[in-house]
Design a protein around this ligand. Sequence first.
Ligand code: NAP
Length: 268
Amino acid sequence: MSSAHSEVDGRGPEGASFGGKLDLTGAVALVTGAGRGIGRGIALALAGAGADVAVNDFADEEACAAVAAEVEALGRRALVVMADVSDEEQVNGMVERVEKELGPLSVVVNNAGITRDNVTMMMDPADFDAVIATHLRGTFLVSKAGARRMFRRRRGCIINLSSVVGRRGNAGQANYAAAKAGVIGLTKSLAKELGARGVRVNAIAPGYIDTPMTQALPEEARQLIVDNTPLRVIGTTDDVAAAVVFLASPAARFITGVTLPVDGGLGI
Ligand code: NAP
């Protein structure tokens, strides 16, 4: 394997052989909220592309251990790092441990998330705060800890999970929409701050993806979403994971600050 393939920097030398490749061999990735759903899919896809993966979650250590075993079955190294992404001390400890045990972090995926849906007039401020804390403060804290290291090394990338709801809003999800819109602003600002050091920062805005978060929806609501999606399907975790692998890879070396919709056209 050429050393160029081990680089996940944003601005490889002109003519470098990795143009167009999706190979992440040598990369060390941290995926938050990776015990299930989209995060699990992302962790496995990154491992499939060659990355070693740190699997983070808040509470479900058993689920994380199972994902880590799947990463190892793909021939990559894995590490379970339990932490609340909204807690600065836990986040800093997590990133430090990832670097100590797996090596220099080169891919950060901010995926951890929760929902506390209600119409705004009925929404408990604690539910507003909890959603903002997990999605927005969490993305800020994990990005900050990762960025400080990547900035020094002049390589790496950050990928943040936003949502079609962050772009369009959604009745009953003002807290979630505000958090996900905030993630887009954070992504663009970080991209401007880190670009000159070759660190890329992008977001993905999934539409409705079949995960535990959306399986709770009533069948009529799911059908309505399908009817409003130009491609007429609900997405899978693999659809999102493929976009993450692309954005993390040298194939995306000239892409930063974007929010890539992975939504079957729902956000058009
Ligand atoms: P999910 O199945 O509910 O999984 C979310 C994961 O995040 C869980 O493993 C959860 O761990 C973890 N988590 C929650 N709070 C955390 C915290 N404070 N610290 C660390 N981990 C935490 O959700 P999903 O559907 O896969 O969604 C993943 C991401 O994609 C989220 O950011 C979501 O907003 C976004 N997204 C999803 C969809 C969709 O249709 N599913 C659409 C657009 C965007 P515990 O179980 O231990 O709490």
